[in-house]
Design a protein around this ligand. Sequence first.
Ligand code: ATP
Length: 570
Amino acid sequence: MIAKILTFSRNLWTLLIPYWRSEERWVSGALLGGVLALNIGEVYWSVVYNDWQRLFYNSFQDVDYAEFIHQLIRYFILGVIYLLMRTYEIYFRQIVELRWRRWLSKRYAGCWLKDQAYYRLRFAVIGADNPDQRIAEDLRDFPIQTIEIVFGFIYTMGSLGAFAAILWNMSNLVTFGGIQIPGFILWVVLFYSIVGTWINHQIGKPLIAFDREQQQYEADYRFALVRLRENAEEIAASRGEEQEQQNLSRCFGKIASNWFNIIHRVKRLGYFHFGYSKVTDIVPYLVIAPLFFTGAIQLGEMMQTKNAFGKVAGSFSWFVYRYESLAKWKATIDRLIGFQQALQEAAAALSPGLTRQAVTADDIHLEEFSLYQPDDTAILQNIALQFPPRSRTLVTGPSGCGKTTFFRAINGLWPFCCGTIKLPVGTRMLYLPQRTYLPIGALRQAVTYPEPAEVYSNEFVSQTLADCGLSRLCSRLDEECQWDQQLSAGEQQRLAFVRALLIKPQWLFLDEATSALDELSEARLYRLLMDRLPDTAIISIAHKSSLMQFHDHRLDFSKIGDGFSICAKK
Ligand SMILES: Nc1ncnc2c1ncn2[C@@H]1O[C@H](COP(=O)(O)OP(=O)(O)OP(=O)(O)O)[C@@H](O)[C@H]1O
């Protein structure tokens, strides 16, 4: 138990510290200072209100109409003060929550994108399911839950102190056969609350794990829906509705069965909660009503004591009522810590055995280079390779032999490799995969991606589109839509060539980048590359031998053995 509390505190600290050390700390700190002051003001207010109850009820017992009116006016003034304090407390809190979330989202999205961690996460041993949910939801909930729980705790402790003092004083009125037990009413309420809190903890414990699982199942279900939407055409074409329905039912089945667990547990907790709160309404009367009937106290004192009893019981058993919130808070913290650790692991998974050097030489050099699959099966072992500048190399080999993985390794994306890769310093590399990524937005942005659209003139972009056989798109450059669902696979591959011609990289890697094109179009696009990018080294993966005419080197993966050196000539 202590170890768990220590781990939780450490995790909480890890998540809290960066924001409260950032440049945001002054403004947010000032706002939280305001929340704290208002919190303390509310505790003071509730003590004044408690005393007001005594005076108000005594005006009934004394049949004092003037006092009754006086207390009504006081009530009105107290009400206005309360209203202002609560409104501004919530207002300040929400501003801090927004600022904190904005800062966290920027930081986490930055870490997710840094060094391609979003891609590398798939290789992390710790792993992090649904990073989108962690960035969108957990980072929204964490500031809200933290502020609510921390300030709830401060308010509760303040109330506990203030009303415990009131009950202690009230206890002076209680005697048993002339014997006075100091703080008797306070001891009764503390015992009552400790027992209540303990029982609640025993019933509610499993909710923490259930809540964590629920968040994950919800995210998995949403992800399955998004995948269905994104692959709508392929699914519709293969009439895969039944499979999809089964998949969705399976995902939702997990949500439903875990939800049942939560409902059953909340039901049990409900028995206790509602019973406990009703008993709390009546227990104080059992303790102090005898004093009222013997005339030791007035109606006002009885109502004041009852109210103070409720406050102390409520404060002490704050944990009882906050159980679900605390469970959710812990689940959010666990998920964020897991995500943070996975990101750190992904960042560290930069092939420890691999040296990537930026060198002044013009060519790409691989020395003592080995490449593996994630299960350690060797793809290439101890090879030496050189890609000279302006060279044209065709990479061939049977399907699944590791050609794409080889490109990934050169591109710095594949962690399972070792040796040395020397890359010419300050040169631009562009990688065109089989499926072109088209961001949602204006076509102009999709064409120039990842460069900003304004870098290239309208004429240059239109001319290049036309050269690649996409002249019909020239008039739609500013149109916004989901272009990957509008353009055919071949058109998308042409668009990738437009990008290459605009960006003019020194190194161009094409991974079956013309697989969806007919031979004529393919030849036309390759000829364009040769003419327009004479200084670019082109390395193409392809199964078609027709492409050999555009290359002067060939790298056949089926012929690469241990210790292979220098690429084979045409
Ligand atoms: N993320 C991954 N996790 C596990 N194994 C992978 C992963 N990516 C690729 N592999 C495996 O690595 C091997 C090489 O895959 P790769 O895509 O490099 O082959 P390829 O030669 O490009 O194939 P193709 O010609 O069919 O495109 C395959 O057996 C593949 O299953």
